[in-house]
Design a protein around this ligand. Structure first.
Ligand SMILES: Cc1ncc(COP(=O)(O)O)c(C=O)c1O
Length: 419
């Protein structure tokens, strides 16, 4: 096998000596491949990023809710957040206890609230109306509130989650209403949280939002924690040499501000963060197969089995993923070409990469789509009745473990009831 454009997986020894063609033959293509060593390293980097003594990292499981991934994250000492009862269900199955799960949902039903209350899981509400609904179900209970600190950040308008015209969070102007409900229902407001957006590579907006959250915290006595949310970016443009977020520098700034605030507040509050992507993105790679190559006018299309049902980020957010090429035999022409890489979904928008300058790609090549371990499989679907891929884990001892089977045709029909 030869590899082209593969400096990233070569440098990280991503495949641990496994051959991508053997993996695809054994588990099917497309295929999500995770590297355990990289996943554990990311968890440790995050756990050690901040010297504040009461620092806690919650993995945002929406990025990747595979049970084995959750188990490893737990083994590394991280806690988790959840956005739905389904995520809570998976997290409990992976071994997290109720007090290790923070439920941070949006616009949920009473049933979903009860699901958390019955299991003793702390819930954060993100509107005044949800606070009142929760309070009526659990008077005298503990609660957290997600605020909109007025500062957003992120790589695309769809992932900026604070600031103006955003559906998330309680606006600070509503604090009098919040206090009123807390008093009437004798609730204990244990923490406040935010999530300003995803994929920032420098700290300015995050720290600005921290100051805004401190202003909100001053309004409430006896909080136990402040949760700054996630959003820590990773470099998706690695082959162009894009730099990394300086995690240690971010951690130092967080520690310094939090220590100062805790002194002023008169209590050693816990500081929480909620990274998703930073934990799992770089630990995952999506393998796919090139089934067709053609020109439509001047544009060369590389046709693959990596539709947006398998990886939605490029279509959903115009997201960039670096692409490596693996070939069975050395048929390298030395040519570089500008190509569109397309999937097999019946939509003209089903493009994984546009105008991408890459070594010439041939039929039957495998492509390795980098940094696919977050918002990859967790956002996949059965659109066009396609099967969601298997997920495998390259273990630290170099063994390979199937951690989610590929869908079967029977899976596609299971929920249906024929007339
Ligand atoms: C409330 C909340 N916390 C954390 C995250 C994780 O974001 P990221 O994966 O960018 O770190 C998200 C992502 O949408 C979120 O909505």
């Amino acid at each position: 096998m030869i590899k082209l454009n593969a400096s990233v997986t070569d440098k990280t020894n991503f495949f641990n000596g496994s051959d991508p063609f053997d993996l695809a033959a054994r588990y099917g293509s497309p295929l999500y491949v995770y590297n355990e060593r990289i996943l554990r390293r990311n968890c440790r980097d995050l756990a050690g990023m901040c010297g504040y003594p009461h620092f806690k990292v919650n993995f945002s499981a929406k990025a990747n809710s595979n049970l084995a991934i959750l188990q490893i994250v737990r083994e590394e000492g991280l806690f988790v957040d959840a956005i739905s009862a389904g995520e809570i269900f998976a997290e409990l199955a992976a071994g997290f206890t109720s007090d290790e799960i923070f439920f941070v949902p949006n616009n949920i039903s009473e049933d979903e609230m009860r699901f958390a209350i019955e299991r003793g899981i702390l819930l954060s509400v993100d509107s005044v109306s949800q606070l009142e609904r929760y309070a009526s179900l659990n008077p005298g209970g503990r609660v957290a509130i997600r605020f909109n600190p007025g500062v957003g950040a992120g790589h695309h308008e769809k992932v900026i989650t604070a600031g103006e015209n955003i559906k998330f969070g309680v606006n600070p102007e509503d604090i009098p209403n919040v206090k009123n409900i807390i008093r009437r229902y004798n609730l204990s407001l244990t923490g406040i949280n935010q999530h300003i957006g995803s994929l920032f590579l420098e700290k300015t907006q995050y720290l600005k939002s921290m100051d805004a959250l401190f202003d909100i915290a001053r309004e409430f006595e006896d909080l136990d924690f402040i949760d700054m949310g996630g959003g820590f970016g990773i470099p998706y443009h690695k082959t162009e040499g894009q730099g990394r977020l300086d995690l240690k520098d971010m951690g130092d700034s967080l520690a310094e501000r939090m220590t100062r605030f805790a002194g002023e507040y008169g209590k050693e509050l816990t500081l929480m963060v909620e990274p998703g992507r930073y934990v799992s993105a770089e630990a995952g790679l999506l393998l796919g197969t090139v089934h067709a190559v053609k020109f439509n006018g001047p544009v060369k299309y590389v046709g693959t089995d990596i539709g947006f049902n398998v990886l939605a980020r490029p279509v959903m957010y115009d997201a960039h993923h670096d692409v490596e090429i693996y070939r069975r035999d050395d048929l390298t022409s030395g040519k570089r070409e500008c190509v569109n890489i397309a999937g097999n979904i019946c939509e003209s928008g089903d493009i994984l990469a546009k105008n991408r300058l890459l070594p010439e790609i041939l039929e039957d090549d495998l492509l390795g789509v980098l940094d696919a371990g977050a918002y990859g499989h967790s956002m996949s679907s059965n659109y066009n009745n396609r099967l969601r891929p298997a997920e495998i884990l390259l273990r630290e001892d170099n063994s390979v473990r199937l951690i989610r089977g590929r869908d079967t045709m029977e899976d596609l029909l299971r929920p249906y009831v024929k007339l």
